[in-house]
Each structure stands twice: as structure tokens, then as C-alpha cells.
Design a protein around this ligand. Structure first.
Ligand code: IFM
Length: 454
């Protein structure tokens, strides 16, 4: 297998990808839906976190967001007109269950049923994500993902959703970015529920992976011809220098950031070198858990944004590593390095390490400070270039033999960017949060002309 670096020389064309390649955009419930407490939706951990002073920039929350709950027909029309043939969305668990052991909320089920019909009517293949971070607060109140019982609650939720939508939705993603659920939310404390305890984060991570493993057979039982996987956020990792210390630091970080997820999913258990480092912080694992986690899946979802550079930092955190900010590199408005070749490098590595079968880019995108200018357009040339260059890198790595079958741009619309609030825009469509007006950005126009081969 070879990867080339023609990314910047040879712009991508749709005709260079397989005719059945999936072209989508991705979103998530809390980030776009709004309708915070409508039709029986209960509080999520993100409502609670956002209401806690100092946690989210500008005191923002997802209570209104893009009002997608009411405006989805307009959003799906935009997606159809862009030429998408797939759409990735997530389901808000707090719309479906309001108490432990309760009955699923009919209004919540009906909403997602209408949403799926709306996608199908517009030629958008629905890709449903079951968990994109909006855990019901009542489950957090009894320990959240750190509690093993939340795995059972997730299976109840999975059962309700797959029974209701499984006649029309074949593609299911159990979890979006378990790293963020566990580590950012429970170790770094930057996301809900906002804890800063490493051992808790590792226990959360184990339960999230376990819930994935146990959900897969359930989804298969409820959904004819189900295609099931999960989406990991991954980075190619670079050592800060050629010193032995930095290379060793890179390997330690790799053990937690990459192999901690992929090794168990592909039947190798948690990496022993990482277990040796984390010692007593290791999660409680019951007999059979690792076999459950290693259940075969139909695809792997890869979310790629940027590479990470790792430096040896004795005594810093449990791993003695520091993730450096990019130096002298092109970055987005969030300070994330722009590195299309990193996408190719990452995919080639996953393929060679695990042979996971079909892979889908379930998120890739960039944040810039977009404005609507006098003529009503949104000239986001940097995002357009980001998209073009990443698609060129994707084409090259596929040509080199890596089986990627689809691409979902993050995101269809600007949205609630978690702790960053609404100041950070990732959409191909601009949202004016005062008027809820949607405006296709230049990047979205480019994606449209690419997809329609104009
Ligand atoms: O907005 C997020 C998304 O919810 C998960 N992946 C990364 C995106 C950009 O930060």
C-alpha cells in the first residue's frame, strides 16, 4: 500500500471516487436541535453543565441552538440541494427516556421517525448515532457512565430506537468519540459532566466501550441488514523531536489515545504497556467484558481534524507527556493544525494495524470566523481549501488501497460547539442565531459543485 502527497497539486473530483461512495454531512442532536424542553425532553448533562457558570463561553447552551427540531425540513432541503446522498445525525436520549425503567416517550420517537422519513424523501441515507454526549441527567445523578448500570440503560435506549427506526435506518453508530465522552468529560473536566479524575475517566471509557459491544448484537437483532460501527476521534501522533525521550512520550500517548480504543475493539485487550503505566487507575473489568467489546463490526467511523505533537514532560499527568500547540503551522481559528496528509497517514496506519474492513470518515471539518458580507455571501475560502485538500488526501489514500467508503463533512450547519459556545463555526451553512436564517457558505457551494460535478 502506498500513500502519495499530491494533495495540493491535484484537486479532487467526484468521478475519482467510487460511484457508490457516500457523501454526507454530520450533525449531533444537542448541537443543533434546540427545543430544549419540548415534547417531554428531559434535562441532559449538557443542559446542567451549560447552566453552571464559567463552563461554556458566553453562558451559552443548546436550548435553542439552530432550532433544527422545527426547521429540519429546510435543513434537509439544503442538504439535498447540495447533492448529499447521506446524512449523519444523533438521537437525543433525553427525548426518549425520562426515568430509569420508564416507557419510551412517544413524542420523542415520533420526532426521529419524521426526521428519518424527511431524509429518505430527499435521497439522504440516514446514519444514526445513538450517543453523541447528551446523557440524561437522571442517569448522571446515579453515577453516569462511571456506573455499570448505565450500560443497561443504553441497551434499553438502543432497543427502543432500533425497534422504531430499524425498518428504515440500516446504518447505526453506537458512540461518537468515546475519548471525548470519557477523557474530556471526566479527566480534563472541559465537557459535561466536568469531572477531573483519571480513574473515573478510564472506568467511563470501559463502560462506553462495553455498551458499544453489547449494543451491536441487539441492533443486529432488531434491524434487518444492519450495518453497525462506532466513530473514534483519532490523530496521527508526532514526536516533538527526534530525541529518545520524545519518541518514548509519543508511544506512551499513543497507548492511551489510539491503542486504548482500537486494541480492545479489534480483540487485543487494553495495551499492557498502558495498563502498566496507569496502575491502580485501571478500570474494573468483569469476566466476558473484553470479548463483548471485541464484537465484530461492519465498519469503523474515523473522525479526523488534526495531528498531535507529543513532548516528554516528566511528572506531567499520569503519562508524563505534553501535547504541544502547533508551531509555525497553518491553523484554523481554533488553533488546530491544518494537515490533510495527516488524514492519509492516519487511515493508512489503521488499515495496516487492524484491517478494520470498510472505513468511513464520519467527521472532518474546520472552524473559521465566518461573516455574511454585504452581497449576502459567506466567503470562507479557508474552509473550502480545507475541504478540497482533505478530499484530495482521501482520494490518494483510497487509491493506495485503504478501503474508505464514505465521507461526512462536519458540519452541515454552524452549531453549539460545546464549551466554546456559538462563537466557533464549523458549518458549510451559516446560521444567524438571531434570525435563524441559513446561508450556504462558499465552502458549501464548492461541495455542491463537486458533488453535482458542475
Ligand atoms: O463539534 C464537534 C463534534 O461534536 C464532535 N467532533 C468534533 C467536532 C468539532 O469540535
Amino acid at each position: 500500500m502506498t500513500t502519495t502527497n499530491s494533495t495540493d497539486q491535484h484537486p479532487p473530483a467526484r468521478s475519482e471516487f467510487a460511484s457508490d461512495f457516500l457523501w454526507g454531512c454530520a450533525t449531533s442532536s444537542y448541537q443543533i436541535e434546540g427545543a430544549g424542553f419540548e415534547d417531554g425532553r428531559v434535562e441532559s448533562i449538557w443542559d446542567r453543565f451549560a447552566a453552571t457558570p464559567g463552563k461554556v463561553k458566553g453562558g451559552a447552551s443548546g436550548a435553542v441552538a439552530c432550532d433544527h427540531y422545527h426547521r429540519w425540513p429546510e435543513d434537509f432541503d439544503i442538504g439535498r440541494d447540495m447533492g448529499l446522498n447521506a446524512y449523519r445525525f444523533s438521537i437525543a436520549w433525553p427525548r426518549i427516556f425520562s426515568e430509569i425503567g420508564g416507557k419510551p416517550n412517544t413524542k420523542g420517537l415520533d420526532f426521529y421517525s419524521r426526521l428519518v422519513d424527511g431524509m429518505l424523501e430527499r435521497g439522504l441515507q440516514p446514519w444514526a448515532t445513538l450517543y453523541h454526549w447528551d446523557l440524561p441527567q437522571f442517569l448522571q445523578d446515579r453515577g453516569g457512565w462511571a456506573e455499570r448500570g448505565t450500560v443497561d440503560a443504553f441497551l434499553e435506549f438502543t432497543d427502543a430506537m432500533t425497534r422504531r427506526l430499524g425498518d428504515r435506518v440500516q446504518h447505526w453508530i453506537t458512540h461518537n468519540e468515546p475519548w471525548c465522552t470519557s477523557m474530556i468529560g471526566n479527566w480534563e473536566g472541559l465537557h459535561a459532566p466536568g469531572f477531573t479524575d483519571f480513574a473515573t475517566a478510564l472506568q467511563v471509557c470501559h463502560h462506553v466501550l462495553l455498551s458499544h459491544g453489547k449494543a451491536v448484537p441487539l441492533i443486529r437483532a432488531n434491524v434487518p441488514d444492519a450495518q453497525v460501527g462506532l466513530s473514534l476521534s483519532l490523530h496521527p501522533l508526532r514526536a516533538a523531536s527526534s530525541s529518545a525521550e520524545d519518541e518514548a512520550a509519543r508511544l506512551r500517548h499513543d497507548g492511551l489515545r489510539y491503542r486504548w480504543f482500537l486494541d480492545p475493539l479489534y480483540g487485543r485487550g487494553y495495551p499492557q504497556a498502558t495498563l502498566d503505566i496507569i496502575g491502580d487507575a485501571a478500570p474494573a473489568i468483569h469476566p466476558g467484558d473484553m470479548d463483548a467489546i471485541a464484537v465484530p463490526t461492519d465498519f469503523l467511523g474515523v473522525n479526523y481534524y488534526f495531528p498531535e505533537t507529543i513532548q516528554d514532560a516528566p511528572g506531567e499527568g499520569p503519562l508524563s507527556v505534553r501535547v504541544l500547540k502547533p508551531q509555525d503551522a497553518e491553523t484554523t481559528a481554533l488553533g488546530w493544525e491544518v494537515a490533510p496528509e495527516g488524514l492519509a497517514e492516519l487511515l493508512a496506519r489503521i488499515e495496516s494495524d487492524y484491517h478494520p474492513g470498510p472505513m468511513y470518515i464520519t467527521e472532518n471539518g474546520s472552524c473559521y470566523d465566518d461573516v455574511v458580507v454585504a452581497d449576502g455571501s459567506v466567503p470562507d475560502a479557508e474552509r473550502r481549501a480545507y475541504l478540497q485538500r482533505h478530499l484530495a488526501a482521501l482520494r490518494d489514500v483510497i487509491d493506495g488501497g485503504v478501503p474508505v467508503k464514505g465521507y461526512f463533512a462536519w458540519s452541515l450547519v454552524d452549531n453549539f460547539e460545546w464549551a466554546e459556545g456559538y462563537g466557533r463555526r464549523f458549518g458549510l451553512v451559516h446560521i444567524d442565531y438571531d434570525t435563524q436564517q441559513r446561508t450556504l457558505k462558499d465552502s458549501g457551494k464548492w461541495y455542491r459543485s463537486f458533488l453535482r460535478q458542475e
